[in-house]
Design a protein around this ligand. Structure first.
Ligand code: ATP
Ligand code: MG
Ligand code: MG
Ligand code: MG
Length: 470
């Protein structure tokens, strides 16, 4: 029987309400008063000030569903489980209950609430770290055993995966425990205790069932216990759809599949969806959400993200031979799938359509010439330098990620460092030698694989693997 995203939302929130949590609204994807973050990328991000004690929460135990934009995942789109925009169902305990209760609640919801069997699940726990001087998180492991998970399903993992902390800076941190769905032999070999735990295909993370904030990392790197401990959890709505309906990917969920269908229709294609359809569906969904929350496309900072997403979708469509990029049927369907749970979306629809129209008109005239120019560059010399890529951006409005992808198809590469250097040089020149706009962060114009390579001022407050290290 099909389990709808609608019923998953309600099951999650009412479960936590019954267990004493206050249901609160999700925030805009545009962070307020948070210069460290371009977009809200977790349920906890808008609530940070509660965990540091800077502000008092409306209740100690909270739950909600938060829209998240993960720019670092844009290049993963098309795999089984990563979306640029997804909805995170979250629960929190701020200075109230801790590991044991968090694990009890997670297990009860997964099994009794959602009907998953313990045999479908694995959990990971922090294995300890000599360098940090921290022991293994035995408390979480024992809590899982007590509720009925067998030891061979409790997988110890290193700090890189299971210790959450402020990226490169000071603040609350602690071990976490996560729940994975076993999607079966068709997706790779089974985990053998002590062996490798493949979280890219077979085992799909469905819930970060507890980030246990119990330490405070000082500026000098020392780790001390916090005055009060907290629990932060987050579970992807679309991934729970996958789990409960035995889907191959999140794109088959009722939130994504209508959009994927329209992406196929506007390209005049049918049959099994291809990556290009998934990219259009994902990118346009994220763009609509971002525009609805009031960000307009631009060449830098937050506005660069919708620009990149829309232009990529358009490039994909035009390269498939479409005469124009029909964004309206996509936007209609996206709004339809979200409107019941995103108050204000319907009211903002005209503004979203106007922004899409303006962006598509601005780029539409240049894109074909830009694509021709890339082809000529590749065919004449075989390479596209970072400076070439910058000129393609400044002249034709072709985002560097699109140039990079086009060049990669021909087996070559664009130097993103060179591009970033050219970008910065241009910024300095156009500002008459003043320092560059602090809001421009190299990370925002570079793919995840390269972030951290060039100079960057960005210190994110992300919970992605790359930053999970202290
Ligand atoms: P993954 O390892 O699969 O990239 P993550 O460890 O980065 O996930 P968390 O930061 O722990 O994810 O976020 C909590 C939950 O949010 C995850 O357990 C997952 O259910 C969901 N989630 C995270 N990233 C995405 C995404 N890009 N698309 C859809 N759901 C996601
Ligand atoms: Mg995680
Ligand atoms: Mg991730
Ligand atoms: Mg993970």
């Amino acid at each position: 029987m099909h389990v709808s995203s609608e019923s998953i939302r309600e099951t999650f929130l009412s479960f936590f309400e019954r267990n004493g949590h206050l249901r609160i609204d999700g925030a805009s994807v545009r962070p307020r008063n948070d210069p460290t973050l371009l977009y809200v990328n977790s349920g906890m991000a808008p609530l940070k000030r509660y965990f540091t004690g800077a502000e008092t929460p409306p209740a100690k135990d909270l739950c909600n569903i938060q829209s998240c934009i993960r720019t670092k995942d844009i290049d993963d789109v098309g795999d089984r489980h990563h979306l640029t925009f997804f909805e995170m169902m979250g629960s929190w305990s701020i200075g109230n209950y801790f590991k044991e209760r968090a694990v009890e609640l997670a297990f009860a919801l997964l099994t009794e609430g959602f009907g998953l069997k313990p045999e479908q699940l694995y959990v990971t726990v922090f294995e300890g770290d000599k360098e940090l001087g921290l022991p293994a998180d035995e408390e979480s492991a024992r809590a899982w055993e007590r509720v009925g998970m067998s030891r061979d399903r409790i997988v110890p993992q290193p700090a890189a995966d299971n210790f959450w902390g402020p990226a490169g800076s000071s603040g609350p941190c602690g071990p976490c425990t996560e729940v994975f769905l076993d999607t079966g032999d068709a997706y790779g070999p089974a985990y053998v205790p002590g062996g490798e735990f493949d979280t890219t295909r077979r085992y799909i993370e469905i819930w970060n069932a507890g980030v246990f904030m119990q330490f405070d990392k000082g500026l000098d790197g020392t780790i001390r216990p916090l005055p009060f401990t907290s629990v932060d959890t987050g579970s992807g709505l679309e991934r729970i759809c996958l789990a409960l309906n035995g889907l191959d990917s999140v794109y088959q969920s009722d939130l994504l599949s209508p959009v994927v269908n329209v992406a196929q229709e506007i390209l005049g294609e049918s049959g099994t969806p291809e990556t290009r359809h998934l990219v259009i569906a994902d990118h346009m969904r994220a763009a609509v959400k971002i525009l609805a929350d009031g960000v307009l496309p631009s060449n830098e900072g937050a506005g660069y993200i919708p620009r990149r997403l829309i232009r990529k979708s358009m490039t994909v469509a035009l390269r498939q031979g479409a005469d124009s990029f029909q964004f309206q049927p996509l936007a209609d369907t996206i709004v339809d799938t979200l409107k019941d749970h995103h108050p204000g979306l319907l009211g903002r629809k005209d503004a979203v359509l106007a922004a899409l129209d303006a962006e598509c008109r601005e780029f539409g005239t240049a894109v074909r010439r830009g694509l021709d120019r890339v082809s000529t560059l590749i065919e004449s010399g075989g390479t596209v330098s970072g400076a070439d890529a910058f000129r393609l951006f400044s002249t034709y409005g072709l985002p560097v990620e699109i140039t990079r992808d086009l060049v990669a198809e021909r087996g070559a590469a664009v130097s993103m460092e060179e591009y970033a250097a050219e970008y910065e040089r241009h910024q300095r020149l156009s500002r008459g030698g003043e320092r560059t706009d602090r809001r421009l962060r190299v990370d925002d114009v570079l793919p995840a694989s390269l972030s951290g390579v060039p100079v960057t001022e960005f210190v994110g407050y992300e919970r992605t693997e790359a930053e999970a290290r202290v």
